[in-house]
Design a binder for this molecule. Structure first.
Ligand code: NAD
Ligand code: ZN
Length: 251
């Protein structure tokens, strides 16, 4: 592992454009359970049902039982060392942007500036009738929460059955094509179209670095597979990158 970390750090130091693709796994150590894994909320509720736009329209009260629990968990969560390491990498000019599937805003909270949110976020609630937005910065009390116009409020995240925001999609594809290293962290690679970003990067000649405790759909195309937790491995990589950069500048 130490050897792999050193090789990956060297790739990052030598690369011009580095992009990260992150999924639910990077927030596991912040206390937010992923969809496909043991424990937490998602074993109780099938997200493809509760967070499906058709189900939500038909019965918002029922969907909000799950959504409230999820929002409360996210509100209480804090960025972990993996989020902070990516913010640091951006700060030292070694990360161009993060493409994330997460809706928890922990990258921004950790200090990352350029975050492409593929699936929107839960910082806002939006009215299904008049589209007015409300900040979701405190726990919802009554469910479903309502707009002053009487319409039902929905988290401003992309639900199953809803399209990906086009700006986010285009920019992600472009960044994936142009990068020379892609860090793929904590994503199972099954939810499309986010899952196709590593293949786009690979086809354009980028090196793929994957960090995950388990092999995934992406592992077969990874040049480096670092098996383990992002909160442990990423800080080590960044530490090594900073050492190498220090040596480079010092010489
Ligand atoms: P996923 O649930 O499909 O997969 C999570 C991956 O993270 C798995 O491969 C797992 O092995 C890995 N993982 C678990 N612990 C880890 C750790 N400590 N370090 C690194 N990796 C770890 O997640 P996904 O691929 O992101 O797709 C699920 C969808 O669910 C996304 O579209 C996302 O919008 C949504 N979601 C978001 C959140 C969030 O915002 N935090 C949480 C759950 C689900
Ligand atoms: Zn309204």
């Amino acid at each position: 592992m130490e050897d792999l970390i050193k090789k990956v750090a060297r790739e990052i130091v030598d690369a011009e454009r580095i992009v990260a693709l992150t999924g639910a796994g990077i927030s596991v150590e912040s206390g937010i359970a992923p969809f496909r894994g043991k424990g937490g909320l998602w074993e109780k509720y099938d997200p493809e049902e509760y967070a499906h736009i058709v189900t939500f329209r038909k019965n918002p009260e029922r969907s909000w039982i799950m959504l409230k629990e999820m929002l409360d968990v996210i509100l209480a969560a804090k960025p972990n060392p993996a989020h902070k390491s990516l913010a640091r990498l951006e700060e030292i000019g070694k990360l161009r942007c993060i493409i994330t599937q997460n809706v928890d805003s922990l990258h921004q909270e950790a200090g990352s500036k350029d975050v492409i949110e593929f699936h929107g976020n839960n910082r806002w609630l939006v009215c299904m009738e008049c589209r007015k937005k409300y900040r979701a910065d405190k726990p919802v009390e009554e469910i479903p929460p309502r707009c002053e116009c009487g319409g039902v409020l929905k988290p401003d995240a992309v639900f199953f059955g809803e399209p990906i925001p086009v700006d986010a999609l285009y920019r992600s594809q472009e960044e994936s094509e142009k990068c020379d290293v892609m860090l793929v962290i904590g994503t199972s690679g099954v939810v499309q179209p986010a899952a196709s970003m590593p293949s786009i990067a690979k086809r354009s000649g980028a090196r793929i670095v994957e960090i995950n405790p388990e092999p995934t759909m992406i592992t077969p195309i990874a040049d480096y597979f670092l098996q383990g937790s992002a909160a442990k491995i990423l800080p080590r990589i960044v530490e090594e990158v900073e050492t190498l950069l220090g040596e480079k500048h010092g010489s």
